[in-house]
Design a protein around this ligand. Structure first.
Ligand code: AQP
Length: 341
């Protein structure tokens, strides 16, 4: 589709979410959650635990409940203030499902057929994938547009889904002659940590579902485990170069440098200036120390919060009521625009 003009005039609002599918990792933290923390002071923010997305692939119900609370704990432990930002779980606001159905009727099969995440997750046996996994991007568009969110902080892997959200918003606005009813949300992707790669393979992203636990740093890992995983991270025997150009073709090395840069709020170039000429025998312990320094307080706070599930449930319940209050008038308008009685 050609790039349409975004003439939406409504207030700026942030929406994003994380799936409660276990193994919350450094990529989720740097690519998403850390950005959420910074944004809560700039705009109205809504942060969701997207449990309806999670069940597009099999989830054990007991674990799903525990993992939903774990994500809520991670949000708060990382620094999101539940008094300021809205924190809730997706299934508590039925408007997500209602709007997703309408968007299933707006989105085209061809658009969804192009989604690389479906291809990656469905694997070779597409016939056995759930229908929900196929229409995942319509639900994601509904999550965002139910709140008329204008900004969406996500990792690089969600770029294509965000483009589809903009296509759905544009088609809805045009076909129903609704003017700029829905905004065309801006992805907030740029910056260090937008694509954290596996510690075992620099060509694939750090992922919850990687069978090797050594491939990722989990937010629940203790200091020794973090240090062990960084020590075992795949690298090469060359010393670190002075410039990024010197990292060409050294994917694992580049990944560790950018993790260091993201965790220390510096540029990769700056990190290389400090470590140029050093081998991984020096760099890895420095990275491990930094990772433990930044992640351990979050892990400790998560554990504390998880010991009080009633507190976390109250946060989610209060957040759901606030989310519902924003969503209801939007959904009412959508139903009227579509022609529902
Ligand atoms: N490796 C990553 N680097 C940077 N950002 C990442 N995100 C995920 N992986 C990385 C971002 O984290 C947010 C929440 O992700 P999610 O839980 O909704 O889903 P996901 O992308 O399915 O997570 P995984 O780890 O990649 O799981 P699997 O193994 O199922 O594929 C999103 O903003 C995402 O961009």
């Amino acid at each position: 589709m050609s790039e349409p003009q975004n003439i939406y005039q409504g207030p700026e609002r942030v929406f994003s979410g994380v799936q409660p599918t276990g193994n919350l990792h450094l990529g989720n933290y740097l690519g998403a959650i850390r950005k959420f923390v910074a944004l809560q002071n700039e705009m109205e923010c809504i942060f969701c635990v997207v449990d309806m997305h999670a069940i597009t692939q099999w989830q054990d119900p007991k674990e799903l409940r525990a993992q939903t609370l774990e994500i809520a704990a991670a949000y708060v432990a990382a620094g999101i203030d539940p008094e300021k930002a809205v924190i809730f779980h997706q299934s508590a606001v039925s408007g997500h499902a209602e709007l997703a159905w309408i968007f299933n009727c707006v989105a085209r099969m061809g658009w969804l057929n192009r989604m690389t995440q479906f291809k990656d997750k469905a694997g070779k046996d597409k016939e056995r994938a759930s229908v929900g996994l196929f229409v995942y991007p319509s639900l994601m568009a509904a999550d965002i547009l139910l709140y008329k969110a204008t900004h969406v902080p996500v990792g690089e892997d969600q770029k294509q889904h965000l483009e589809l959200t903009r296509d759905i918003a544009t088609k809805f606005n045009n076909e129903f002659d609704a003017g700029p009813f829905f905004p065309l949300p801006e992805p907030l992707i740029k910056g260090a940590g937008a694509r954290v790669m596996s510690l075992r393979d620099g060509s694939s992203k750090m992922s919850k579902s990687d069978p090797s636990d050594l491939s990722r740093i989990n937010l629940t890992d203790d200091a020794d485990t973090i240090a062990k995983k960084i020590k075992k991270a795949r690298t090469d025997p060359e010393p670190l170069p002075e410039t990024m150009a010197g990292l060409e073709g050294r994917l694992e090395a580049e990944n560790l440098i950018s993790i260091y840069a993201a965790l220390s709020d510096r540029t990769s170039e700056d990190v290389l200036t400090e470590y140029a000429g050093q081998g991984f025998g020096v760099f890895k312990p420095a990275l491990a120390e930094l990772a433990v320094e930044k992640l351990s307080p979050i892990t400790a706070e998560m554990r504390k919060l998880q010991a009080d599930p009633a507190f976390l449930e109250t946060i989610l319940k209060t957040g759901a009521a606030r989310a519902e209050a924003i969503a209801t008038p939007v959904l009412d308008d959508v139903k009227r625009i579509v022609g529902f009685l």
